[in-house]
Design a binder for this molecule. Sequence first.
Ligand code: NDP
Ligand code: 2IT
Length: 453
Amino acid sequence: MTSSHSLREEIDHFMHGLERRNPHETEFHQAVHEVVESVMPFVMANPSYKKAQILERMTEPDRIIIFRVSWEDDEGNIRANRAWRVQFNNSIGPYKGGLRFHPSVNQSILKFLGFEQTFKNSLTGLPMGGGKGGSNFNPKGKSDREVMRFCQSLMVELHRHIGEDTDVPAGDIGVGAREISYMFGMYKRLRNRFTGILTGKGLAFGGSLVRTEATGFGCVYFCNHMLEHTGDSLKGKTCIISGSGNVATYACQKATELGAKVLTLSDSGGFVYDPDGIDEDKLAFVKHLKEVQRGRISEYVKKYPKAEFHAEQRPWGVPADVAFPCATQNEINADEARTMLKNGVKVVCEGANMPSEYDAVQEFLKAKILFGPAKAANAGGVAVSGLEQSQNQLRISWSRDEVDGKLQEIMRDIHEKCVQYGNDGNSWVNYVDGANIAGFVKVADAMLAYGVV
Ligand code: NDP
Ligand code: 2IT
């Protein structure tokens, strides 16, 4: 297409080609569409990006590794799962991004996650490229030994493709401290090397303080920056949170610490609504329930009978000031977005990756509320993963305050970059445009510098 084409034609033409090249990958189309809407005007204004086909190249992963994972369950049955590692873009550093274990995992979901990771990692300011991986393995209901055998079998293949200067996976949905430990143990045995090839490791073997908390804490820091930019703060605000895993529980903890009242948590079975707020003690119960007992959030109301459990529902109908979607992709649709706006939600800050459907995002932007998109708002997790890599390379450990201080600094810098590129000139900030353009520039400039590779 030539420069005489309109912006709309350029975007439509680009998306048509992408959809044709990647049929049926709806989540990947959605993630790219959101970025292209923000970035195309910038690309058209900078002909060197267009001439070098930067967007076309940035939307094609460097490579995708697909492999079978065979393992034996406790009854002696042989099981086979599929696993992937999507090495999306290593222009600004080794591939970096989590592994997800969930029955819904497929290539489209991992490509959307790897694509977004490239921009998110760029925003952190640390030298990390973008990648993502995982398996359609369902850890729910599996014994520890079954999970161990699965993780070990997965690493028997994955170890060939990762390395501290090549690709450094971490956790995501269904992959936490237990799974990272099993995988790290197997890597060490296979390669006879003790080195930082995974992040989110245990503190006894190269993990970083604050990594467990980092995504949820960082998301709340980002939310507070958005509020402070308008002269407000989280203090005294009511919050609705979805999920009850790693991101949700630490977002709940930090929001409460900063003076907010958290009304909801959820899982795939429904949500709990506690009108008195989910305070420190109640949250300790939830963490134990989810991490140790591997139980369901519905059990909360047995312990705290003043709370309500709403089976098979999401929390978005509960009136509140701030929403933190922290469970999974596409968990807020346009109708739910309109309900939230009608109920007076002032801030939506995404802890999960792409939790808002495309049309839901448009509702939030049209209403000009504070909308913190995932790639900016949840970058704290991978940022502290980056700090874990630095500590591993230096063979030192930083204190809790040191790591938390760096995390706060990184979230403040990301907020500033979003304001720089997303300010609409009338004091409202379009954080979607801000994050997409700021994330794009660093990767694009590195790709330009390399020439055609
Ligand atoms: P966890 O596995 O710890 O927790 C996931 C939570 O979300 C659980 O409560 C789970 O409920 C719920 N959930 C998952 N899938 C669905 C679904 N399809 N429908 C409804 N609820 C669902 O994962 P994390 O907290 O680590 O991840 C949550 C989100 O945050 C994901 O989008 C992830 O990509 C993103 N993220 C994670 C980071 C990290 O450092 N861990 C960093 C940045 C983003 P149930 O137990 O019923 O499945
Ligand atoms: O989506 C994400 O940023 C993560 N799951 C964390 C990735 C990482 O490498 O820490």
